[in-house]
Design a protein around this ligand. Structure first.
Ligand SMILES: [Zn+2]
Length: 320
């Protein structure tokens, strides 16, 4: 009886891979940089060799595991095991990744969108344990999400539900989003676009301590903005107010559609600190019609940047 399983999280920057035992305890893990330019064969070869290395260094063979779950930063056709669209790793597009990996590895493989996988991890073992309905929001370089309805991940008609980053929250604010629309919450409140906004203002001559904390214009990230925020830097305050306001609108719209007010949030944008999160929650409460009657709960994610890896392993189901 195979008691082990592997979870793989392919991100735009890193590939994380974890070996889990029959109690979903993380036994060992490996990490490698993602080569965004690699063709599909090269990309799959990297994953396969990482799996083999991880198993070998734990004295296991492929027959010693019950399968491999893989999270990808992509729109996924879950039923067909197919990647429909990925914005940063182009070679994944239109590839039957599930079957290609299963063929190479000789074991059961399942694939899922990374934010959906993270939602499963938080719901089954993390901050969302005990809630039948919850929404997971990944506030990171991009904004993604996963919907847990009636105790299960809701995938929608094509496996693409929960892409909350493309919720349309303004018709005039923000940059054109990767999807082509201006006014997606991702193009205003994600880490990448908040950093871009700060960089552009500073390039225009705005004097901000964000630049001192970042060192160089290309290094501006949410950590630098968070530090500047602590000194009441006016650009950091503007960024935070702007980013939090539109996230508040996003959560309010989600609540209106699903009548769910359990929000688990994770991702690097939370590095902006409690002032940002408090402002985001205040924006939600300001716009919400029902919050006085049913106050929402905003809960920080438990697994942080390993949620995708845990969730990938949980695609095989909770261990019995
Ligand atoms: Zn968009």
């Amino acid at each position: 009886m195979a008691d082990f399983r592997v979870g793989v999280d392919v991100g735009a920057t890193n590939i994380k891979i974890g070996l889990f035992d029959g109690k979903m305890t993380l036994v060992d893990q490996l990490q490698a940089l993602t080569d965004q330019e690699a063709d599909i064969d090269r990309l799959l070869d990297v994953i396969v060799s990482l799996v083999h290395r991880l198993l070998a260094q734990n004295g296991l063979s492929i027959d010693g595991i019950e399968g491999i779950g893989t999270a990808l930063p992509s729109y996924i056709d879950y039923e067909r095991g197919f990647v429909v669209e990925t914005s940063n790793i182009m070679s994944l597009n239109n590839a039957p990744v599930r079957d290609l990996l299963a063929e190479r590895l000789g074991t059961r493989v399942l694939i899922e969108n990374d934010a959906n996988a993270a939602a499963i991890a938080e719901h089954e073992l993390g901050a969302g344990v005990g809630f039948d309905d919850m929404i997971y929001a990944q506030l990171a370089t991009g904004i993604g999400g996963g919907l847990i309805l009636n105790g299960k991940l809701y995938r929608g008609m094509h496996g693409m539900a929960g892409e909350i980053g493309h919720m349309f929250v303004s018709d005039s604010t923000g940059y054109p989003c990767s999807c082509g629309v201006t006014g997606c919450v991702q193009s205003i409140s994600s880490g990448a676009y908040m950093a871009k906004y700060a960089t552009d203002r500073i390039k225009e001559g705005y004097d901000s301590s964000i630049l001192n904390y970042a060192g160089t214009l290309t290094n501006i990230d949410m950590e630098a903005v968070g530090k500047a925020l602590l000194t009441n830097d006016s650009l950091a305050l503007e960024l935070v107010n702007r980013g939090a306001e539109y996230l508040g609108r996003m959560f309010q719209s989600l609540n209106q559609i699903f009548d769910i007010n359990i929000f688990v949030y994770g991702g690097g944008v939370a590095k902006l600190g409690s002032r940002f999160i408090d402002r985001m929650i205040a924006a939600y409460r300001h716009h919400s019609l029902i919050d006085q009657h049913y106050p929402a709960r905003f809960i920080p994610a438990k697994f942080g940047d390993r949620a995708g890896m845990y969730g990938a392993a949980l695609l095989l189901g909770l261990p019995k």
